[in-house]
Design a protein around this ligand. Structure first.
Ligand SMILES: Nc1nc2c(ncn2[C@@H]2O[C@H](COP(=O)(O)OP(=O)(O)OP(=O)(O)O)[C@@H](O)[C@H]2O)c(=O)[nH]1
Ligand SMILES: [Mg+2]
Length: 377
């Protein structure tokens, strides 16, 4: 049953989530390369399933010319109906036009990086492809050259792929890192190949992209949880500092409500960084904070009771330490929840959220973290 406090909290969280998503913006990646080389598979492997459709045999991304697929913090620009090499002029002309139109727009609307993909098994890189890469660079796009579906034996990549990479290196193309990146996007049980090179490609993408979209890339990708955690910890640090400051002149409970927006903002930021969608993270935040009511000191509940219309409260001052510790523990508990959600865990049968598990994970982590900060009651 949703209480008035739940309603208020849910709405405040949703709004904070949207604000954070807007603030973080979008990372826009352009992907090029011949049909079927594995562009969509690569994007999916790094950024998640829903962004680009894949298919066996026939081109699945075949609408006319340029197409920007947007999903939260990620945009993917795909080419449809034109083939690199054969249609270079038209493609470049369209891109030029597109980029020109973007010029005065905010960073989140611009194109940031291009991946140019070549399938290792094709064993060739045509002169027209080199021209295309140069043209992308001329347009101001950092280009990352990716060899896809590169077989490996142990740590050694296939000699043919090495030879192909060497022949590409001779062209001295204007590419990020000045070298070709080897990848295998999917494992293959039959040949025993495992996926690799994805983290390296992601790292190169961070190097190629403007600093201003680093947070968006961090949020959009699904393979580098260390980067997500590092961003989330920054948000916790900021919020903890702000809460401690707010609590420095002991807050009478009647003013404690100022801490709630702070914690909600922190939680929203962490959820967006982990790529947990709006509805799911709102539901999880409700399940998680309901847990705080049984955490001994029911601070959040008391704070929420403070919000006009949500009920009466008991007066008790909050010290700077309590405010800081509470925020810190809450941030880490929520980080843990988001991490599990981002890994596809904490789901009930049928894909619904398992609120009970969310509560349990949140509460356990909250207690651990609060104890670590010496708040045991
Ligand atoms: N085993 C394995 N198969 C892959 C890999 N990358 C792509 N494939 C397969 O190759 C086929 C084509 O991959 P896509 O990702 O659709 O290729 P694309 O470049 O997006 O193709 P278009 O959109 O049609 O231009 C699919 O059947 C993929 O499953 C890989 O790294 N390993
Ligand atoms: Mg595709």
């Amino acid at each position: 049953m949703a209480t008035p406090a739940d309603d208020w909290f849910g709405q405040a969280f949703s709004k904070a989530w949207r604000d954070k998503a807007e603030e973080i913006g979008r990372f826009n990646l352009a992907i090029f390369g011949k049909t079927g080389v594995g562009k969509s598979t690569l994007v999916n492997a790094i950024f998640g399933h829903e962004i680009a459709a894949t298919g066996i045999g026939e081109p699945v991304t075949r609408a006319e010319h340029l197409y920007l697929h947007q999903s939260g913090t990620l945009g993917v620009l795909d080419t449809r109906g034109l083939e690199v090499g054969r249609d270079n002029d038209v493609l470049i002309a369209e891109l030029k036009d597109y980029l020109h139109g973007m010029r005065r727009k905010p960073l989140a609307e611009q194109l940031h990086v291009a991946w140019y993909c070549v399938r290792a098994g094709d064993r060739r890189f045509e002169a027209t492809e080199a021209e295309f890469v140069r043209a992308l660079h001329e347009l101001g796009l950092p280009v990352i050259l990716v060899l896809t579906q590169v077989p490996r034996s142990g740590a050694r990549v296939h000699p043919d792929a090495e030879a192909l990479a060497a022949s590409i290196a001779e062209l001295r193309l204007p590419i990020v890192d000045g070298l070709v990146h080897y990848t295998m996007a999917l494992e293959d049980d039959f040949t025993g190949q495992s996926a690799y090179g994805l983290q390296e490609l992601l790292d190169a993408t961070f190097r190629g992209a403007p600093e201003g979209v680093a947070h968006a890339i961090t949020a959009a990708q699904r393979i580098d949880f260390a980067r997500k955690r590092e961003r989330a910890e920054r948000a916790i640090k900021t919020a903890t500092g702000a809460a401690t400051t707010a609590g420095a002149s002991p807050i009478p409970f009647s003013d404690a409500a100022i801490l709630v927006p702070l914690q909600i903002g922190m939680m929203a930021s962490i959820a967006v960084t982990y790529g947990v969608p709006l509805e799911r993270s709102t539901a999880a935040s409700l399940a998680a904070t309901a847990a705080a009511t049984t955490a001994g000191r029911s601070l959040v509940t008391n704070m929420i009771k403070f919000v006009p219309g949500a009920g009466t409260m008991v007066a008790a001052p909050i010290s700077a330490t309590v405010a800081g510790t509470f925020t810190y523990a809450m941030g880490h508990a929520w980080l843990r929840v988001c991490e599990r959600l981002a890994r596809g865990e904490l789901g009930a049968v049928g894909g619904a959220l398992d609120g009970e598990s969310v509560r349990k994970v949140f509460l356990e982590e909250f207690k651990t973290q609060a104890a670590r900060r010496r708040l045991t009651r």
